[in-house]
Each structure stands twice: as structure tokens, then as C-alpha cells.
Write a protein that binds this ligand. Sequence first.
Ligand code: ADP
Ligand code: MG
Length: 457
Amino acid sequence: MGNVIQEGILWQSVLGEIELSISRASFVTWFKNTHLIKHKDGVVVVGVPNVFIKQQLERKFNDLIVDTLKKNGLSEVIVEYKIQAVDKDRTRQKEEIIILSDQPAQRQRSRVSSLSHQYRQGLNERYTFDNFIVGAGNELAYAACQAIVASPGKKYNPLFLYGGVGIGKTHLIQAVGNAVLKKNPDARIVYASTEQFVQEFVDALRFKKNTDFAGFYRGADVLIVDDVQFLAGKEKIQEEFFHTFNALHQANKQIIISSDKPPREIPTLEERLRSRFVWGMSIDMQNPDFETRCAIIQTKAEIHGLELTSDVTEYLANYVQTNIRELEGALNQLLAFCEMRELEPTLEVTTSLLGGNKSRPKHASPRQVIEKTARYFQISVEDIIGSKRDKDIVVPRQIAMYILRSELHLSFPKIARELGKKDHTTAIHSIEKIEKEIVLDSSIKTAIAKIKERLYV
Ligand code: ADP
Ligand code: MG
């Protein structure tokens, strides 16, 4: 197996993960035209199109890149960024990026948003129905999505899909957009993460372009809004969303929404939005069962031209039990590892790479979450579950609550009890606060990612 292929797979898998962890606009701006030049002696050299991107990757994204490389089997690496010319057909995009990068951060973002203001924005062709494996946990959601493609706006409107992290929500709702577009290339499809919706709304207010913003979203034939839980606590934006929703719904345009929890559990979601979200159909996407996980692994391995033996497939399916993104991550890690060392992916290689015979714990306990959070912030467990109000302690406490919610799906009262609080509204407010800050503050985002990672080793 040649070097180029190895590096291609590795970088592809790194980009794939990064794409899912930052906003679409950031990904397109900073990562889309990067490639791996070489990886040798613990140094990974990444080719970038220009000096602005180089600086941004060095300053802002280096940790994320190193962490993601680590997840893909490369620990202890140093990453260097090298400016390298890009293909001709990429030049136009490069120019846009240079224009953007010349401006202060806030302006940049608004330029990205307005540039991407084209219908069909945000759709990623890699998410299709063809490469979505249907199994016990997702068949209902799959069927509803197919019905929508057959007649958008008619049957389930809105469709509200909810379920845990990495379970295929984004994949499915993107597949709807892609399939509708294939049937009708003129269809106006808008896919937006809630983060993006929020950002564009803020920009529209700031630059007094409110009508553009409203008109754009209200002009959609199919509006797909991902991770709507992030609307929690944002009153102004909820109001805007409410009007967009009504305008589209009245015009029989299709609305598809995803969330990590059902509408009734999204804290501080206005009642009128909550009630509209359940007007159509809401579907709970469940964890994939063992057979589905095996099928996913086999299919994804085949895409890389590899057939895995059943013992390796089953090992992987037991290794990651709920999150399909992590399942893919483990598989990619194995494939990259084998390619780099020119090994066959046998059970022995797999177990030695992924942690010997000790399989990964199915669930972390609440206590582990609290301990790992305390350790990450170098404070004591007593402090984190105590009543001190210092900022150095309050923020870690809020983060622990957030992780208890997002990873362990504990109820608010239970979260409050775990942290020695009597009143569960404290938990609700803390979690909301972190949900907001995770978007704005990259150190919080990194902390959460690192703690989660340490939970499962
Ligand atoms: P979510 O939005 O629920 O967090 P994603 O849709 O981002 O999850 O899925 C995570 C990863 O797992 C994606 O790469 C996606 O393509 C893949 N995936 C999820 N479910 C399936 C499935 N049923 N078949 C194939 N791939 C899947
Ligand atoms: Mg998603």
C-alpha cells in the first residue's frame, strides 16, 4: 500500500471528524483546502493554501488537529503547516477566503454567511440514503424521511428527530435534502445548524440586514435545522424561528428539525415553539443494536476496499455500543494503523490497538464524570460537589452537569443530586449556560472534549 493512499485515508478521516465538531462555515473556510503533505518521524506536515489559513490553524485549531490525529492512531506528533499552491479549480474559493481573512473576526463570519447564502447551502453529498444502514433503532426515522422525499410538506410536517450523539440524525436529515434535490434540482433546500442560524441572525441584526435573513429562510422549500436544542434560552432567536416556522408551515413547505432531546426536555424553549415542534411527527432514534453495528462496520470497511473477518467486526461492534461516529472513528483508526504498518486487520492487531482484552466500559458512572472533570481542572471532588461560588469551581461544576446530561442522559433532578444541589433548576440553568458557551468559548469546548475522551479510556 502506497504512502499516498495511507496519508489520504488518514487525513480524510481527520477532516471527517473535524467537520463534525466545528461549524460548517469554519470548516469550509479553514479546512476544506488542506491536505497532508507528509508524515514522518513524528512530524505531520499539512499543506494549506495561504498564510491566513496557516496562522489560523496554528493559533486556533492546532489542539483540535493534534487531538484528532491522536484519535486516529498518531500520538506524540508535531504538526507543521506549509503553504502550498492549490489546484486551479480551487483558486476562486481561495480568493474568497483571502478576502474574508483580511477582515476582523466578526465581519469575517458575516461574509462567510452571506457568501454561503445559496439554496442548497450546507448540504454534504456524502450523506445519502444509499449509505445509511437501516436497523432496529433508526428504521422509523428512515421511513419517515423517505416519505418526506416522496412528498415534501405533505405528510410529516414538521418532522422532529431526536436521539443521542452520533446516532445518525445529521446523516438522515441531510440525506433528505440531497434526495429531494436529486429529484428536483430546482428545489430550494436549506440545511442549517442551529449555531449557524443563530450566528446569521446576530449578524443580520448587527448589519441591519434582517430582511435578507428572514427572506432567505422563508424562501426555502425544505428547511432543515440541526441540533435545535441550542435554541434553549435564546429568546429573540426563538421568536424569529417561530415566525420562520409559521411562514413555511402555512405555505406547506417541509420543515425538518433534529435535537438531542425531545421538545419537552429542551429547557427554556418557549411554549409556542414546543407545541409547534410536535405538530407533525416526532421520532426517537434509538441506539443501534448489535447487528446494525456489525452491518455498519462491514459496509464502511468495504468502502475502503477491505473485508473484515467476523471476529474483528464483532469486536468493534462491542467496543463502541452507542455512538456511530465513535464506531467509525475506531474503524478508521484501525484501518489507518494497518495501512501505515502494512498489517492485516486481524483480531490480534485490533485488540492490541484498541486496548487489549479489556473492552471499553459501556457507560461511565456519574462519579467518574465528576472525578474526571475535577481532575481536568485540577480542583478537588469536594469542591466540585460543594457549595463554593468561586468562578474556578463554578465553571467546572457546570461542565460536569453538562456532561452528565449529554453523555449519561441523567434527569435534571438526578444531576442536581449528584452535585450536592437540592434544586434541579440550578442544573437546568448550568447546562443551558454551558450549551451557550460551548459555541462561543473554544476552551470550554476543548475541556468537554478532553474530559469525555478520558471517560472512556
Ligand atoms: P448525529 O447527528 O446524530 O450526532 P451523525 O448523523 O453525525 O450523528 O452520524 C455520525 C456518523 O455516523 C456519521 O459519519 C454518519 O454518516 C454515521 N452514521 C450514523 N448512522 C449511520 C447509519 N445508520 N449507517 C451508516 N452510517 C451512519
Ligand atoms: Mg448531528
